[in-house]
Each structure stands twice: as C-alpha cells, then as structure tokens.
Design a binder for this molecule. Structure first.
Ligand code: TNX
Length: 507
C-alpha cells in the first residue's frame, strides 16, 4: 500500500521523499540507541498498537549526531529498517514524534510505515502554548498530559499563567498566606465548590521536570500590576481597592456576575479593576521574594511578569512599575517576558514582549511591541484573532469567548508570522497559543477549544511556508493532513472538536 501524498505529518517537515512500499511493524522489530528515547518510543508504540518492540534489538535506531547543523533538527529514514538521527536530544525526540505520526493501520488493521526520507528543523525557536491555571485550576497530572500532547506537536514552551484576579496558584514560602487565602476560588467553580487550587513547590518542580523530559521549558507568569485582586485577599496592604470600568460593569450585568470587592474572592470575568500599590516599598519586597523563589525553581531562562490590561494603574505608575520589575527579573539572572502593553515603559534591556493584539495591529499596539526590539529584546506572537485557543471556533460554540471574533481552523492557520508587525525577522522569537479558561471547567472543555486549532499554530511555529522550489507549510495540504491526525488523537483520548471544515479520517 502506498500512502497518499502528502505524508500525514503536522507540523509539515522541511523536506520529505516518499518511497514505494511499506515497512510493517512486527514484534520482531527492535529499538536501540539512546536509552531515554528508546523507552519513550517503545512505550508509545505499545500504547498505540499493542505491539511492544524489543529493547536493544536491531530495527529502529535512535541516535544523536551533532553533525546535523540545525538545533532541534532531525533526519528520519524508513526503509528495511528505521534510522532517526537528532541534531540534539530535542531533535531526536521530534524525529520520534514524526515517526509516531507516520505509524498507520492499513485497511486490514496491520500496522506499518510508508517508506520515506525526511529532513526537518524548526523555523522558530520559541513554540509555545499557554495554560491559564487561574480561572480554572488544572491538577499536576492534567498539566503533564497537556505537556505530552503539546510536545507531540513539537511545541517547546509551556507558559503557565499562575496568578490572576481569581486566584494565586503557587505556594511561596516567603509569603505563605497566598496558598492559604488567595487560591480558594476560580472563575469556574460549579456553585457548590469554589474551584480553587494551588501547586506546592514540589508540584511545580514535578511539572518542570516532566516538561524537561519532553524538551518543554516552563515559562511561569506572575501577572502584575493588574490582575492582582487575589493577592489582596492574603496581603491587603499590597493591593489597591478595585476600580470599576465601563466594560467590567457592562459584562457583570450581562453575565449576572458580582462586581469585585476588596477582601472577597472574585469569580467574575471582568478585567482591569485591580492594581498592586505602586508607590509602596512593601510591594517590591513582595515581588523580589516571589520572583527569587520562582527563579530558583525554574531552570528555563524566562520569568513572565504579565503587564496586561492594567487599567487600574495610572500610565506613570505603570511605566515606573514595569521598568523596576523587569529590572528585578534581570538581576535574578532571568529574561523578563511581558505582554505587549509593557512596551509603553522602559523595560529592562532584552525583555521579551508578547504581542496579543489583532492580526491587523493598532498603531499603538505595534509601537508597544516594537519597543521591546528597540531595547534589544524579541517578540512572541499571540495574535488574539488567530492564536487564541479560547476564542470561539463558531458563533454557536458552547465554550469560549468572542471578543476577538471567531477563529475557525482557516483563521488560525492562514496568516504569516513575519507579516503582522514591521519587525526584522530575527526579532520574532516565535509563536504562542494561549488558552484562557474563563469558560473552561475541565480538561475535556480545554481539549474542545484547543483541538484541532492547536495543530495550526504548531505548524506556523515550526514550518516555513512552501515556495515553488521548497516544501513547507501550505494550506492546500494542511486540511488533509489535519484530518489524518484524528486516529492518533482518538487513540490518545483527546476529545477534539470535529469541526465540519475538515474531513476526519478513520485510519
Ligand atoms: C485578555 S490576553 C486577557 C485575559 C483574558 C483573555 C480572554 C491578555 C494578556 N489578557 O485576561 O483571559 O483576554 O480571551
């Protein structure tokens, strides 16, 4: 059987050659080479097919060869046997993910691979997903599951949004009341439970370690100076009283939600009402302590300090705060990341900006994003009307928000990262797809919003656009390749939204 072109791989590889014939998967086929990769591949094949390849036998060879120049790149050859060669450990891991996507059942139910040769490497070094664990809290096991699934699509960063108005989600020893008093609520309590939760330091370390085993870097975010109502529950001296804005009042009325009140857990969806006390030195003691603990527990280079929607903070105070807090992160030896509004301030040199405006930026948003680059930093692209996983895929979809319009698969896929902002190519670190969780009450809800659109963002982050002379990503083949992810996702228990835009395949 010859598999129809194109190969069912997402993200699209740099180059692929399909050859005649199949390599069947049988119990006689072994796996050998890099020990961690060997275990990972054997387990994955066994889970999917029930066939457990023998360890340390010839068949599938897994190795790292630094002679492959591109970081995170790999080559994959499927002939009479299989060779996966990574430029580094991450590259080997990605070659294995491609091999797993190519493993298919024929019409008789037999497993095997179409013979092929693939060379591959990523376009961007920052390929991220963000999980909002504040509006809805996810357990450590759920976060690990999300990490595994993101890594299978070759994402290499998971941004954890750890604090917001509704809750604080990480215990810190230096300010211990946060885990006790600031983490009890969320935006998705079911009426009988408040839906809160908080990671212990060991929980956080376990997430970081699991992520590392999948070549994923955790990017923790403490959102400041706005989105800080929950901090005031434990330490009122750090927080200003809530200030209302028109949008918040409208939304609260429309949705029948309570307005924020100082000292009372907030479970609504309003934004822009909270602020830390900017001219109070205690605030900076707090931030320094929290970020010091976080930096110690975070091996990755980034600490995200938020900076979005600080409508309750005056522009002068905001600029003062952002300059000071990005400076603290730098002193701790980390690279600050901040939402694009922080570009209004003199951010510490090298601060990375995260753009969450629209595909057609307002001049103000574009100018804010550009400021990070002028100050020696790069920009992560998260255009809300394409990369936001919490925006509704259809107007009548039961989950999600509609403030950035409707994002179907086509909208999520059909944009060019280099064309949104007027920035030099090397200033774009990559792409991140955030999942905000105001409407998400469980992992199934999260899956419904993430899938299939997360695959579109994975491809934009990894694959260079096809040209007449070179393979790469192209919308013509994407829909078909996406439909062919269905059997893998079903096997993995992912309850994806089977949008009618795509023909979903059985095998
Ligand atoms: C805007 S995007 C927010 C979040 C909301 C999200 C909902 C950003 C930096 N802030 O607080 O959850 O919209 O889509």
């Amino acid at each position: 059987m010859v598999l129809p072109l194109p190969l069912p791989v997402i993200p699209a590889p740099v180059s692929s050659i399909v050859e005649e014939g199949m390599l069947p998967l049988t119990a006689a086929l072994g796996v050998h080479g890099d020990p961690a990769a060997t275990t990972l591949l054997i387990d994955a094949i066994a889970r999917r097919t029930g066939i457990r390849p023998a360890q340390d036998e010839t068949g599938i060879s897994l190795r790292v060869d630094p002679a492959i120049a591109a970081a995170e790149g790999y080559t994959l050859t499927i002939a009479d046997d299989v060779e996966v060669t990574g430029a580094d450990a991450a590259g080997l891991f990605y070659g294995i993910q491609t091999l797993l996507q190519l493993l298919r059942q024929d019409e008789h139910g037999s497993w095997g691979w179409s013979r092929a040769r693939i060379e591959d490497a990523p376009r961007f070094d920052y390929r991220g997903v963000m999980l909002d664990v504040t509006r809805h809290f996810f357990t450590v096991d759920e976060v690990k599951t999300v990490i595994d699934r993101c890594a299978a699509l070759k994402f290499n960063h998971l941004h954890l949004h750890l604090s917001d108005d509704q809750g604080w989600r990480l215990h810190v020893d230096s300010w211990p009341l946060l885990s006790e008093l600031s983490s009890t609520a969320s935006a998705t309590g079911d009426g009988t439970t408040a839906g809160g939760g908080c990671y212990s330091r060991d929980d956080y370390r376990a997430i970081v370690a699991h992520a590392a085993s999948r070549h994923v870097t955790i990017v923790p975010e403490i959102d400041m100076p706005g989105h800080t109502h929950a901090i005031g529950l434990a330490y009122p001296e750090l927080a200003e009283d809530p200030v209302m804005n028109e949008h918040l009042l409208d939304d609260a009325e429309r949705l029948g939600q309570e307005l924020p009140k100082a000292g009372v857990p907030y479970t609504g969806w309003g934004v822009g009402h909270s602020s830390l006390r900017i001219r109070n030195e205690r605030t900076y003691d707090f931030i320094r302590d929290v970020l010091t603990e976080l930096a110690e527990m975070t091996p990755g280079p980034y600490l995200h300090i938020g900076g979005d929607e600080s409508l309750g903070t005056s522009p002068e105070d905001f600029a003062y705060f952002i300059a000071r807090v990005t400076g603290i992160v730098t002193e701790l030896g980390k690279t600050p990341v901040a939402w694009h509004e922080a570009g209004a301030a003199d951010v510490a040199p090298g601060t990375v900006g995260q753009y969450w405006g629209l595909l057609e930026p307002s001049p103000e948003h574009a100018a804010h994003a550009a400021r990070f680059v002028e100050r020696g930093g790069r920009v992560i692209l998260s255009p809300a009307d394409a990369a936001y996983l919490d925006i509704k895929p259809t107007a009548d979809f039961p989950l999600g928000l509609a403030w950035a319009g409707i994002v179907d698969v086509h909208r999520a896929y059909d944009w060019e990262p280099a064309a949104i902002l007027d920035l030099p190519t090397e200033a774009i670190a990559g792409i991140e797809a955030p999942l905000w969780t105001e409407t998400v009450s469980c992992l199934t809800d999260a899956e419904q919003l993430m899938y299939p659109r997360i695959a579109a963002i994975a491809e934009l982050a990894w694959s260079t656009p096809a040209t007449p002379d070179a393979e790469g990503r192209d919308s013509g083949s994407f829909g078909e390749r996406l439909g062919r992810m269905a059997p893998l996702w079903r096997a993995d228990g992912i309850r994806f939204h089977p949008t009618t835009e795509i023909v979903w395949s059985e095998r």
